[in-house]
Design a protein. Structure first.
Length: 135
């Protein structure tokens, strides 16, 4: 190998090592999942999965997914509350129809969350698929 060839190889290796040290680039997972896909995901949940219902407390109390935690999207400190969560845990997020969760997902991306699944169509699509809802 020529001197120039060795130098290019060394620079390439240095670049790979730099990317590896920075987390290997964009490895975050943000998936929009159908009700059926979500049911499979929840049945074989990634370790530490947090189910996050971002509807109002009244909506949550009317029926929610088993094991869900409620964090009201309309609270003024919603983004700050998200920022306090462990960003390295996987999250499954839903609202009523998907509008609030889509906005929340963008906030979660900006805050540095690494693995987030969103229920496409919200709990409405879940119910329409005949899947179980806890009261």
């Amino acid at each position: 190998m020529t001197h120039k060839g060795r130098r290019i190889a060394a620079l390439a290796i240095a670049g790979v090592l730099t990317l590896s040290a920075c987390g290997g680039g964009d490895t975050a997972v943000f998936d929009l999942t159908s009700a059926a896909e979500s049911q499979v995901l929840l049945a074989d949940a990634p370790s530490g999965l947090v189910i996050l219902d971002i509807r109002t407390p009244d909506e949550f109390n009317a029926g929610h997914l088993a094991g869900a935690n409620n964090l009201d999207f309309y609270e003024p400190d919603f983004a700050a509350s998200l920022d306090e969560l462990d960003k390295d845990l996987p999250y499954f997020v839903y609202c009523r129809s998907g509008n609030r969760s889509a906005t929340a997902i963008e906030t979660m991306k900006d805050l540095g969350f690494t693995e987030v699944y969103e229920l496409d169509g919200g709990i409405v699509s879940w119910a329409e698929a005949g899947l179980p809802i806890d009261n």
